[in-house]
Structures are given as structure tokens and as C-alpha cells.
Design a binder for this molecule. Structure first.
Ligand code: HXC
Length: 259
């Protein structure tokens, strides 16, 4: 499958796929076609048995500077409703495999929201992260008000959403929004390194772990514990659990097959 606004490498390293947003002149602004392509690529990689982890990146200047303002500027509420453009975002959210964002430069508006759809986030020191929609007379629309609040609490989320101020990478790390900050020449390499650590583990367990952690955002403690327990039991349905536990007992490295 070839794409206009993405560069996809299904095997940048063993078990690791790389998706690069590629609309450099527009700072990877997320127009509708790009989001449709992204949905398509994620769906294919999610179904590809060879892929265990997906790394999502932009370029040095921008992860993504938000939804495409030109495409939205003259839309009416009904145009947007009919376009149902958030359907593509809903699909991104449904990706079962772990996704790692490698962020450099601007991750603003929809770019910040896309970053927050990822499960781990590695940023370069140059990253600028925020929700500037308020300056355009709108509010975040792809989960920013909810995910920032759940990650950071009300005080900081409210400040970012009401002022539109962006965070430096260091600040984002300090407040727990992202996982790592590295020099700009290393951000992609570091994200792939992290992906390798995840990809060494059982792909069944990593998917069940992802589902369980994400469920914590969405439910009561009792319901979350219930899902975690079911997913724990489910791990015992496959060969990977036997391999992992016997490898420990036999003092060797496990070889997980995703079975
Ligand atoms: C469309 C965009 C864009 C965007 C940048 N560009 N961001 N086009 N939509 N979100 C285009 C510019 O128009 C310009 O095109 C080119 O990219 C380079 O941008 P410059 O502004 O010249 O670069 P710079 O001076 O370095 O400033 C970078 C910037 C600024 C600070 C990131 O571009 C900016 O403020 N962008 C908008 C950020 C934003 O408000 N994002 C939220 C969008 S709303 P030309 O043709 O002039 O060279 C949103 C809602 C999400 O995301 C809702 C859910 C989907």
C-alpha cells in the first residue's frame, strides 16, 4: 500500500514498524486524507503478525502542528458532523499493539492529541507540546481535554487548555506526560530502542497489558481489576506464558512466538 502523506516501513527492526507522518511543508498538519491513511496503515500493521510494536513519528521540525486549519476554517458544524472525521481517530484508538510516539518539534492541537493516543512517548529536547486551539476560537476535539486532565489533573490541564501555552519537553517529562527526553539527533533511535524492549516480550501479553492499563482511564477500580484478572487468566491460554515461566526456571532467555 502506498500513501501520499505517510512513509511506512513495516519492519524497521525485527517486529517493529515505523510510520512517519510526511507533510513536511505544512508541519505535518493532519488533514483528512492523512488521518485516513494513518487509520489504514495502523489497521494493516495491527493485523500483521510480524509486527509487535508500532513507532509513530514526524520529522525534526514537527511531529504534527495540529489538525489542518485551512481545511476546517470555513466548515459549518453540520459539515463536520456529516464528515464524521473523528471516525478515523476512533480507529487509531482501537489499535491493539503498543504504539510509541517519537516526537520532535511541534506536537500541537491534534498533534498533541495524536501523541497522547500513543502508549509511550519519547521526545527530543526541541519538542513543544500543547493545545493551542483556544487561540483559534475553538477547543481540543480529539480527546485533549480528557486525556490531559486524566494524565495531569485539573489544574495543569485547565491551564494548558485555557491559555494555549505549550510545554517544553523537559516540562512535559517532569509532569509525567511523556516518558523520555533525549537530544534531537537521538529521539527516533531512542524510540526504536524502547520499542525493541517491548517487542522482546510476548505480543499477547503486551496487548493484554495495554488494554488493561488503558481501561483504568475509563472505569471504576472494581471493573478495572475485573478486566485485569480476566486478561491475566487469558495469558495462560497461550504458549508464551509457558515459555516465559519455564525460561525463568531454566535460567535462559525466553523466545516468545505470540502463540
Ligand atoms: C494548516 C499549518 C498548520 C495547521 C502550520 N501550518 N500549522 N497549516 N494547519 N495546523 C502551515 C503554515 O500555514 C505554513 O504554511 C507552514 O505550515 C509552516 O508554518 P509556519 O507558521 O510558517 O511555521 P512557524 O513560523 O515555524 O510556526 C510554527 C507553528 C505555527 C508555531 C507551529 O505554524 C502554528 O501556530 N501552527 C498552528 C498550530 C495550531 O494552532 N494547531 C492547532 C490546530 S486546531 P505556508 O503555506 O504559509 O508556508 C486542532 C484541532 C484538533 O488541531 C481537533 C481534532 C482533530
Amino acid at each position: 500500500m502506498s500513501y501520499e502523506f505517510l512513509i511506512v516501513d513495516p519492519q524497521v527492526e525485527q517486529h517493529i514498524a515505523l510510520i512517519k507522518l510526511h507533510r513536511p511543508k505544512e508541519l505535518n498538519a493532519l488533514n483528512r486524507q492523512l488521518m485516513q491513511e494513518l487509520q489504514q496503515a495502523l489497521q494493516e500493521l495491527d493485523e500483521d503478525e510480524k509486527v509487535r510494536v508500532i513507532v509513530l513519528t514526524g520529522d525534526e521540525k514537527a511531529f504534527a502542528a495540529g489538525a489542518d486549519i485551512r481545511q476546517m476554517a470555513d466548515a459549518t458544524a453540520l459539515d463536520l458532523l456529516k464528515l464524521n472525521q473523528f471516525a478515523t481517530w476512533d480507529q487509531v484508538k482501537k489499535t491493539r499493539k503498543p504504539m510509541i510516539a517519537a516526537v520532535s518539534g511541534f506536537a500541537l492541537g491534534g498533534g498533541c492529541e495524536l501523541m497522547m493516543h500513543c502508549d509511550l512517548i519519547v521526545a527530543s529536547e526541541t519538542a513543544r507540546i500543547g493545545q493551542p486551539e483556544i487561540k483559534l476560537g475553538v477547543i481540543p476535539g480529539a480527546g485533549g481535554t480528557q486525556r490531559l486532565t486524566r494524565s495531569l489533573g485539573k489544574a495543569l490541564a485547565m491551564e494548558l487548555v485555557l491559555t494555549g501555552r505549550s510545554l517544553t519537553a523537559e516540562e512535559a517529562l517532569r509532569i509525567g506526560l511523556i516518558n523520555k527526553v533525549v537530544p534531537v539527533e537521538l529521539y527516533l533511535q531512542e524510540a526504536i530502542h524502547l520499542a525493541k524492549q517491548v517487542a522482546e516480550n510476548s505480543p499477547i501479553a503486551t496487548q493484554l497489558a495495554k488494554e488493561s492499563v488503558l481501561h483504568a482511564f475509563n472505569t471504576t477500580l472494581d471493573e478495572g481489576l475485573h478486566l485485569e484478572r480476566k486478561n491475566f487468566y487469558l495469558c495462560f491460554a497461550g504458549e508464551d506464558q509457558k515459555e516465559g515461566m519455564h525460561a525463568f526456571i531454566e535460567k535462559r532467555k525466553p523466545v516468545f512466538k505470540g502463540k
